[in-house]
Design a protein around this ligand. Structure first.
Ligand code: AMP
Length: 281
């Protein structure tokens, strides 16, 4: 596996692969890799002839009061994991090269970013779409893989690709969970043992929602109230949002009459965790 820091070197490698007719698969990450990331990597390995994984903790997508500084990092451990998976290039640029002095151009998906996480993390998705478009221009992938764990992010990126006519196929990958249901996340490392126990309430709440709907409850106001009570009956938890939205437009629904996305964000101690599930009536 080649480790590449420089943008020009990454571009050159990809240009050469393209000339050779290779199909380039790409998995962008912020590192501190877990089995969720590695599942995306394995899918990339299957779908492309060449596989690039990026590790870049993107300062642009963190708010001033968020965890950019504390975000867990371990490049050597990550590199060893990726090497084992047969990744061709690990691209890990420096923030100084990605955002040199004078940088002032951003990409914004206007509507899909208004609700859910976008409502609580102003500027977050603008940071995500800007860095992802930059990474696409540098890595020049034919396809890129994103996790459904970050459901809104996946929809936002699909929209950007469509709206800007980018020649990249966006492939979604189902959420990878621990045996007990906790969605894997680099931020799970913030959890103490007791907090981790409480963090299970997110997945349990999503299943609870599915069961309530199956038993006939359709009223979103009622569902939200029950889920919030359930989650906050666990110590260290504070619900940021529980939303039921149309799975493609991400607009709120009042009644669960068709397949609906239930998405939640919950603080467990200082860790802000998200999870989601498609609920079928
Ligand atoms: P991150 O490093 O958190 O920015 O995540 C990089 C990519 O991995 C994103 O596309 C995420 O949606 C995806 N990802 C993170 N956690 C999981 C998970 N538990 N299951 C599936 N995909 C995930």
């Amino acid at each position: 596996m080649k480790r590449v820091k420089s943008i020009s070197q990454m571009k050159e490698i990809s240009e050469n692969w393209r000339k050779e007719g290779k199909k380039i698969a790409f998995v962008p990450t912020m590192g501190f890799l877990h089995e969720g990331h590695l599942s995306l990597v394995r899918l990339g390995k299957k779908l492309g002839d060449k596989l690039v994984v990026s590790i870049f903790v993107n300062p642009l997508q963190f708010g001033p009061a968020e965890d950019f500084r504390e975000y867990p990092r371990d490049l050597e451990r990550d590199a060893a994991l990726l090497e084992k998976e047969g990744v061709d290039v690990l691209f890990c640029p420096e923030a100084e090269e990605m955002y040199p002095p004078g940088f002032q151009t951003y990409v914004e998906v206007a509507e899909l970013t208004k609700g859910l996480c976008g409502a609580y993390r102003p500027g977050h998705f603008k940071g995500v779409t800007t860095v992802v478009l930059k990474l696409f221009n540098i890595v020049k992938p034919h396809l890129a893989i994103f996790g459904e764990k970050d459901y809104q992010q996946l929809q936002v990126i699909k929209r950007m690709v469509k709206d800007l006519n980018l020649d990249v196929e966006i492939v979604g990958h189902p959420t990878v969970r621990e045996k007990d249901g906790l969605a894997m996340s680099s931020r799970n490392t913030y959890l103490s043992e007791e907090e981790r126990e409480s963090a299970l309430s997110l997945f349990k709440a999503l299943n609870f929602a599915q069961n309530l709907v199956k038993e006939g409850e359709r009223d979103v106001a009622v569902l939200k109230k029950k889920l919030k009570e359930f989650i906050e009956s666990h110590p260290f938890t504070k619900v940021q949002y529980i939303e039921f939205v149309d799975p493609s437009e991400l607009t709120p629904v009042e009644k669960v009459e068709k397949e609906t996305l239930c998405a939640l964000a919950v603080f467990v101690g200082k860790a802000r965790l998200i999870d989601n599930m498609l609920i079928k009536p």
